[in-house]
Ligand binder design. Structure first.
Ligand code: HEC
Length: 110
């Protein structure tokens, strides 16, 4: 009896778990409008990574869809903060600090 109850609980738990994973995957995308970081990406990345620019194939920056940032955040963080390969010209200390603070705060889209 007790065993059955815990099985039922486990099934409930798993259902809830898969539901939350599912709803996470299907989250609607929205525009990326973060007050400081929209300007950061516009100024430092869009010249090479927007639609129609030469390296958009490697990573496409599209502020009308925040998935272009959120789905690639670990990659972006790696290039910008860990390896410091992006942008090729480098960042000012202030821009680097702003990037890191935004990343640590959970990289909000707005
Ligand atoms: C002057 C042009 C230029 C600018 C500005 C630029 N990039 Fe890039 N980016 C490139 C090129 C070229 C590559 C391809 C490099 C390679 O494959 O070796 C690249 C590759 C990348 C990649 C993919 C790396 C990989 O291994 O596939 C990411 C992510 C990226 N850039 C992010 C950024 C971010 C974020 C910014 C702004 C902070 C930025 N880039 C600014 C030219 C640029």
């Amino acid at each position: 009896m007790h065993f059955r109850k815990s099985l039922f609980g486990l099934a409930l738990l798993l259902t809830g778990l898969s539901f939350s994973i599912f709803s996470c995957e299907t989250k609607e995308s929205s525009a990326f409008t973060n007050p400081t970081m929209k300007a950061f990406f516009d100024n430092n990345c869009s010249s090479c990574h927007s639609n129609g620019t030469y390296n958009a194939g490697s990573w496409l920056y599209d502020p009308s869809n925040d998935k272009s940032i959120q789905d690639h955040i670990q990659h972006i963080y790696g290039e910008v903060y860990v390896k410091k390969t992006m942008p090729p010209a480098g960042l000012s200390q202030a821009d680097m600090a702003a990037f890191k603070a935004w990343y640590d705060a959970g990289h909000p889209s707005n």
